[in-house]
Design a protein around this ligand. Structure first.
Ligand code: BG6
Length: 493
């Protein structure tokens, strides 16, 4: 395996811990070699020591096994080149020949964990040095492209160097157990699917918010923003899992066809949508946190979004008229990713209930993280005389399903790639379909320097305008409590 961007954040935080766990759990052959490639200068030994130190920080202490960690890092190598310079690939070729003992190394997996500006360059250089043989595979991080045009151009570049089945566009949300569980929940049960449509569902919320800022990723983030970083890929994947038709089978073709169909059915954003149904925010300083514009490598007059809430529509028979509200933000009160499906209320209420506690429609909450699980809110009779009804929760936490902790998304996806299964990776046409939907919004922001960008103090739930957008539908965002505990997840209950 060759990791480009080997001295970067993603490699130390996610890739190395994932690869270590694959080795430790005997999910990969122990005769692997990993060649880290980057501009920072290391020799093999320095790199091994550096990764060993980082593993101690980023692998759960329960999973740290000294012998396994030492063996793992002994399989690491490092090559310091500039991946943007074609001539440097001569050195890469020689190094790979030494490591594999082959004249034309081909049994290779590339992982591009570099800044996005290198995504288009690396495959062309690999091709030039015939490092794109039929057995090779390439994993490329998101965001794949900057807009529709650049994504199309990237697709052209990748398919000129590799065939589609060698290209793995990663979206790590699809590697999350609980994201996959949406499919099991919907399609392994007979009771939800008949209700899963416009006749019974009032609206859907999809939230993926974080209580962290941009850490030390200012350079990348300031050119990207929340729409490109989260909405165009992770959030829209969750929309697809929630809204898709049942695939004929769970395989790379049928599943990914259904994803593309959802993207193609997204209702194009009208002028009213652009003005009123997209709320863009940026965090400002609060007592404890600095504001976005004070972050390292961020321009002091940056207009980059760190928060987006928007209303989407899906124009097909199942979903016509049902709003999907999605939101993401940095520096929110807590980290949570969840899907909240609001069913319509019963047509007639014959029971008494205390003002403010009356059951509305049932709510189904699919929690992707943390406290992975599924919660269904139902009206129940309050014990005692009379007949009063209040809301109660049927709550299944995922760890009750056998006590196995949810696996790491990166480990799952890298393992899938090694075994040649691209089902949980994004196909070229899907990336383009998603950008096609968001492109008018990007153009609108580009051409309207006065389009609102609302400030919100770090540590709050985002701009008030976002609540107002929900209120139009007679709804409000479902905000989990700041300190999540299993027994008290939602503050307002
Ligand atoms: C990444 C984004 O893709 O996803 C980050 O670039 C974000 O900005 C992260 O923090 C969130 O992933 P997770 O798995 O921690 O929810």
């Amino acid at each position: 395996m060759v990791i480009f961007g080997a001295s970067g954040d993603l490699t130390k935080r996610k890739l190395m811990p994932a690869l270590y766990s694959l080795y430790k759990d005997k999910r990969i052959n122990k005769d692997f070699s990993i060649l880290g490639v980057g501009r920072t200068e290391y020799n093999d030994e320095d790199y091994q020591n550096y990764i060993l130190d980082e593993l101690k920080d980023f692998v759960d202490s329960d999973d740290q096994d000294k012998t396994a960690m030492e063996y793992f890092v002994s399989r690491l190598h490092y090559l310091s080149i500039d991946p943007s310079v074609e001539a440097d690939y001569e050195e890469l070729l020689v190094r790979l020949q030494e490591l594999t003992g082959e004249e034309r190394p081909s049994n290779l997996l590339y992982y591009l964990a570099t800044p996005p500006s290198l995504y288009g360059v690396i495959p062309l250089h690999l091709k030039k040095y015939h490092l794109n043989g039929k057995q090779t595979r390439i994993i490329v991080e998101k965001p794949f492209g900057y807009d529709l045009k650049s994504a199309q151009e990237l697709n052209r570049i990748y398919t000129s160097a590799f065939s589609e089945h060698q290209i793995y566009r990663i979206d790590h949300f699809l590697g999350k157990e609980t994201a996959q569980n949406i499919l099991a929940f919907r399609f392994a049960n007979g009771i939800f699917e008949p209700l899963w449509n416009r006749n019974y569902i009032d609206y859907v919320e999809i939230t993926a918010v974080e209580n962290l800022g941009i850490e030390n990723r200012g350079g990348y983030y300031d050119a990207s923003g929340a729409l490109r970083d989260m909405i165009q890929n992770h959030l829209i994947q969750l929309v697809a899992l929630t809204a898709m038709e049942p695939p004929v089978a769970f395989n790379e073709t049928d599943f990914r066809n259904e994803v593309v169909k959802v993207y193609d059915s997204l209702t194009p954003l009208s002028k009213v949508d652009l003005d009123e149904h997209v709320v863009r925010g940026q965090y400002t300083a609060s007592d404890k946190q600095k504001g976005y514009r004070e972050e390292k490598n961020v321009s002091p007059d940056s207009r980059t979004d760190t928060y987006i809430a928007m209303k989407l529509g899906i124009s097909n028979w199942r979903w016509s008229g049902v709003p999907f509200y999605v939101r993401t933000g940095k520096q929110m009160p807590t980290k949570v990713t969840e899907i909240v499906v609001h069913f319509k209320a019963a047509p007639h209420q014959m029971f008494h209930c205390t003002e403010g506690k009356c059951p509305k429609g049932n709510t189904l909450i699919i929690r992707i993280q943390p406290n992975e699980g599924v919660l269904l809110r139902v009206g129940m009779k309050v014990p005692g005389s009379g007949f009063e009804v209040k809301q109660a929760d049927l709550d299944l936490t995922y760890d009750k399903l056998g006590g196995i902790p949810a696996g790491d998304a990166y480990a799952r996806l890298i393992e899938d790639c090694i075994s040649g299964d691209p089902t949980l990776f994004t196909r070229g046409d899907a990336v383009e379909a998603s950008w096609r939907f968001f492109d008018p919004l990007l153009k609108y922001w580009n051409n309207s320097p006065d389009a609102p960008l609302y400030g919100y103090p770090a540590g709050t739930w985002g701009p008030l305008e976002s609540e107002a957008m929900m209120n139009e539908h007679g709804a409000a965002w479902t905000n989990p409590c700041k300190n999540l505990t299993n027994s008290n997840l939602y503050c307002e209950l």
